[in-house]
Design a protein around this ligand. Structure first.
Ligand SMILES: [Zn+2]
Length: 1024
């Protein structure tokens, strides 16, 4: 014990154990005999597991994974995760679609033992040993078992017809390591952690199945015929493709299953140093066999492609993808240590593909490029998952992320010279040129996938538990951001040092369970350099990297550059100087922390321009401050780029975009103009937009300039917008020819607003989300429908809070609630017919609360919705002017602050007067809501677009007592258009009866248009 540790004696034991327990790992060897029954879709098996305790601890129990039970009911951890992500399959699944493991009878060394299911998870069990297993001791755990194979639609274990994906299918000990037992329920999002050992698996099944599996087929009596059969399938497949090519025939693409033959065969697979065993059986498989020479050892590895006719035109080249990916992953990370790599074509629902030792299963891919990507990725998992067996549940970046980094590198290596659009088949070369994407590197997708959510503040640290990631971030962070940050580390260390370090990590940790600190220690040892800045900040936090050029000065030897770290990460920074278009010099700075200022000298003659990280490696959050000229007055002003539409964000240019725009409303008529903006891909924190529109108003026949403009700044959960709009509203005053008509063209309506928004949804995967908003708005030049009154200006201040609780259980209830407090101040001009007009000021306050609960009734989305709205208002009655609030669904004349884009603002007749602003749960009633009221509405879905509703309204009129209404009708929803028709309205029918008329519901329909949702940028903001 040293002196420092002695200070901690009283809390020492924990620390000392953590620090001094040497690495160990258990050894787990399995012998499994299994028979496939392809009529009942069942496996009948028995397993004997030899468990060797290499720990220093006596073990009194062994925790076991029984993962087929993850498919047994809607109550398992996997099922719950699926509901959370909106997948209801397991909840509604029929018994035949579910799966499970049965018939277990555990014996240890041949003697029965007590065992129990975990209380929470039916896919975890614990075996209580009759006598403890001593350190160094070995036991034999054996049991028979039956597996009901679930539908392949659920997850990774399953069958689609008679195509079998047999994965995570046998009773298997959980990992026991320095941190104790890791008993994990099976999850779709969140992968594996298993002990290494030797497998001998004997599979019995009808003779015409072809099997792709973990493990070699030893040349024994069992396998002799099968090896011949596989070789024949390979030559048959080659002959088949040759005939198709020579004769120009179509591919068969016949996916029918042949009948199973009556005779059975038993296949034997053997493999050492793997931590799982998976197998895939299909009678339709065509087979291509090939081999690849490994770069370091020169050893040959056999590659097998086994595929159905479904996409055989793509799979004919699969050997090539298998060979190349095996070669490059070996080259960069260390030679593949096993004898074969197999890819099988299967219909699985766990993403595009899934990895198992030696064998990967690939989903439908659609294009040769996608098939290459998926095969490379899944083959790559042999290294990052198979050989380097990290705990994927807690450190998913170590397998998915490092593997994605290699995948990107593989694509750059194999598609060199081809750009993104061509290789992905999404864009034609013409469009790539038009969109300035000719220089786009595939690698940048990794960075973009990170920057997008980071700009919204919804990114997450790489070091998170798999189940704690939102499903978007599991892809964007774990896969893509990890790939990008390791791309940066490689750029910093240099390819040779980086590759040497990764191979050192591979040889130190192969067939073991490396943790993040093991990876760090291994890389640091190899590089001889402290990399804690990378592993602490870049892996464990959401801090941003943002270096800026502060000052540039020419010196005798080159260029002196002063850099400031404006981000929250410690990192080195690469600075490059250019002489014209040519690179003149390049230097890495030392590692600098947040707020550090560093001076470096970059050698190189004739420098005209300096840029930080021109190759886009360092995930720079703001590339606008990465550039400077070496001389001149406006050193940091970038050249202007003007383009139509939008482009990728480019920090070396001041980007300006435009698009022609046409618009229409009833008062301006047709408007022509253009929108100018700076919105790029990805969205920026600071954005502006100006859309001037010119129109010739029908009524006055004069040209008018109107339009909209806004400035937006967002940072994480905060978002602020200043908006201005100017449109005409005056035309309708001509309706009454006899009245005095005011200066009609003088005052188009001007609206200015400022809003500040805050989102509160930091807790990932919580069913709750909420937001708060403050808005100030001012409208001038607004004509009221009462021509005797006009407003000089209207102002409102509103504060609103909204909360949403999403469905967290199948058939659960989604609840939406909001409260809004709003004050209005109107400056009124009364009486155009009197001289001079009188000015009044009137104020009003309203509180509006709404609540709705949506209960989903079945998997097709049938719903019942309850909506409640209550409003309390205080009007200034003395003004003699009662204004309305747009809360109930009124005609186009009621929108006091011009919040809504109305096509015929103020209209009291005609088609467009039916446009309303329809807040959620409002009743489509022609009732003034200037008073206090409460309403209740119930909607029931008839079809996916049509609802039937009933509602009741109670009004407390401030001056003259109570009123109310009952209403029933239909609501139809088509994209942003919603149509509501009250078929029955008690008050209206009463009124009409008095006047001797009949109620004709079709006259009282109303529509609302949610045009804001048509803006693609707003959609992106909303979903983030
Ligand atoms: Zn993967």
């Amino acid at each position: 014990m040293n002196k420092v540790l002695a200070l901690f004696t009283f809390l020492g034991p924990v620390i000392l154990i953590a620090q001094t327990t040497p690495y160990f790992q258990q050894k787990v060897d399995h012998v499994i005999n299994v028979t496939l029954n392809d009529e009942a879709h069942e496996l009948d098996a028995e397993i004997t597991t030899t468990y060797t305790n290499n720990s220093a601890d006596e073990l009194s129990e062994i925790w076991m994974h029984l993962w087929p039970n993850a498919y047994s009911s809607a109550k398992t951890a996997m099922a719950k995760q699926q509901f959370r992500d909106g997948n209801m399959f397991m909840f509604y699944a029929l018994a035949k679609d579910l799966g499970g493991i049965e018939g277990l009878d555990f014996k240890v060394d041949g003697i029965s033992v007590r065992w129990d299911f975990d209380e929470e998870n039916p896919d975890i069990a614990v075996i209580k040993l009759n006598s403890p297993l001593a350190p160094g001791g070995t036991i034999e755990i054996s049991t028979p078992f039956k597996v009901r194979i679930p539908s392949g639609e659920i997850s990774r274990l399953g069958h689609v017809g008679e195509s079998y994906q047999i994965t995570q299918w046998y009773p298997k000990p959980a990992v026991y390591d320095r941190d104790g037992w890791h008993a994990l329920p099976y999850l779709g999002q969140g992968e594996f952690f298993s002990e290494f050992g030797t497998f001998d698996v004997f599979i019995t099944l009808p003779g015409n199945y072809t099997v792709g599996a973990t493990g070699d087929m030893p040349l024994d009596a069992d396998n002799e015929a099968e090896i011949k059969r596989l070789n024949k399938l390979d030559s048959d497949t080659r002959a088949y493709f040759r005939v198709i090519e020579e004769k120009g025939l179509d591919f068969s693409n016949n996916n029918e299953f042949p009948e199973s033959v009556a005779w059975e065969k038993t296949l034997h697979y053997h493999q050492e140093n793997v931590h799982d065993f998976a197998w895939f059986a299909d009678k339709r498989f065509k087979v291509l066999k090939d081999s690849v020479e490994l770069p370091h050892s020169g050893r040959f590895v056999t590659t097998w492609a086994m595929f159905t006719p479904n996409e055989e035109e793509l799979w004919k080249d699969a050997s090539d993808y298998l060979n190349k990916s095996t070669y490059y992953y070996s080259l960069w990370n260390g030679d593949y240590p096993y004898n074969h790599v197999t890819a099988v074509d299967g219909t699985i629902s766990a993403g595009g593909g899934m990895e198992y030792p030696n064998v990967t299963v690939i989903g439908e891919s659609g294009s040769a490029f996608s098939l290459d990507v998926v095969i490379a990725h899944e083959v790559g998992h042999n290294w990052f998952y198979g050989i380097l067996g990290s705990n994927e549940r807690t450190n998913a970046w170590m397998d998915e992320g490092l593997n994605s980094f290699n995948e990107t590198r593989y694509l750059i290596e194999n598609y060199e010279g081809k750009d993104l659009g061509v290789i992905s088949g999404q864009l034609s070369p013409k469009w790539i040129e038009r969109l300035d994407l000719t220089d786009f590197e595939y690698r940048w997708i990794d960075e973009l996938a990170y920057i997008f959510p980071a700009r919204f503040g919804s990114d997450q640290a790489l070091q998170c538990h798999s189940d704690a990631f939102s499903s978007i971030n599991y892809g964007a962070m774990v896969y893509k951001k990890t790939a990008a940050v390791f791309g940066f580390l490689r750029q910093y260390l240099g390819t040779e040092r980086f590759d040497t370090a990764m191979r050192a990590y591979f040889s130190e940790w192969k067939f073991k369970h490396p943790s993040p600190s093991d990876l760090q220690a291994s890389l640091e040892k190899s590089c001889g350099e402290d990399l804690s800045w990378f592993f602490e900040g870049w892996i464990k936090s959401t801090e941003k990297n943002d270096w800026a050029i502060v000052k540039v000065k020419k010196t005798d030897n080159g260029t002196e550059v002063k850099l400031a770290n404006r981000g929250g990460l410690s990192s080195p920074v690469e600075v490059v100087v250019f002489a014209g278009d040519m690179e003149a010099g390049r230097v890495w700075s030392e590692v600098g922390g947040p707020n550090d200022v560093i001076k470096i000298e970059v050698p190189g003659k004739g420098a005209t321009r300096v840029e930080i990280d021109p190759g886009r490696y360092d995930l720079d959050y703001d590339r606008k401050n990465n550039n400077s000229k070496t001389s001149g007055i406006f050193k940091k002003v970038e050249p202007l780029q003007i383009r139509m539409g939008t482009r990728l964000e480019d920090g070396t240019k001041t980007q300006l975009f435009w698009l022609p725009v046409t618009a229409w409303n009833a008062h301006n008529g047709l408007m022509l103009g253009a929108t100018f903006h700076n919105t790029t891909v990805p969205l920026r924190n600071f954005e502006w937009m100006v859309t001037p529109l010119v129109s010739r108003t029908a009524f006055t026949d004069k040209t008018q300039l109107g339009g909209v403009a806004n400035i937006r700044y967002s940072n994480g959960p905060w978002n602020s917008v200043v908006r201005y709009s100017r449109f005409s509203t005056l035309e309708y005053v001509s309706l009454d020819q006899d009245l005095f008509i005011p200066e009609t063209e003088a005052t188009p309506m001007n609206r200015v607003s400022f809003s500040l928004n805050r989102k509160f949804n930091k807790v990932v995967n919580s069913p709750w989300s909420s937001s708060a908003r403050y808005e100030y708005a001012r409208v001038s030049g607004f004509m009221d429908s009462n021509v005797f009154t006009s407003t000089a200006s209207r102002q409102s201040n509103s504060f609103s809070f909204k909360a949403l609780k999403k469905n967290s259980k199948p058939l659960g209830i989604t609840q939406n609630m909001g409260v809004e407090l709003r004050s209005f101040t109107f400056d009124l001009i009364k009486g155009f017919l009197i001289e001079p007009p009188q000015l009044y000021r009137t104020t009003s306050v309203a509180i509006l609360a709404n609540y709705s609960a949506v209960k989903t009734l079945n998997r097709k989305g049938k719903k019942i919705t309850l909506s409640l709205i209550t409003q309390v208002t205080r009007n200034d009655i003395n003004s003699g002017f009662n204004f309305k609030m747009p809360t109930m669904g009124f005609g186009a004349q009621y929108d006091p602050m011009a919040d809504v884009l109305l096509l015929d603002r103020g209209a009291t007749s005609g088609l467009l007067s039916h446009q309303i602003d329809m807040p959620n749960g409002a009743l489509p009633l022609n009732q003034d809501a200037i008073h206090n009221f409460s309403s209740v509405r119930i909607d029931y879905t008839l079809t996916n677009k049509l609802d039937v509703f009933v509602g009741a309204l109670g009004i407390n009129l401030q001056s003259n007592g109570e009123d109310g209404d009952y209403v029933a009708g239909l609501a139809y929803q088509l994209g942003p258009l919603s149509i509501q028709m009250p078929l029955y309205s008690k008050s209206m029918m009463d009124d009409m009866e008095v006047e001797g008329e009949t109620y004709e519901p079709y006259k009282y329909w109303m529509f609302s248009l949610n045009l804001r949702d048509l803006n693609p940028w707003d959609l992106v903001r909303k979903t983030n």
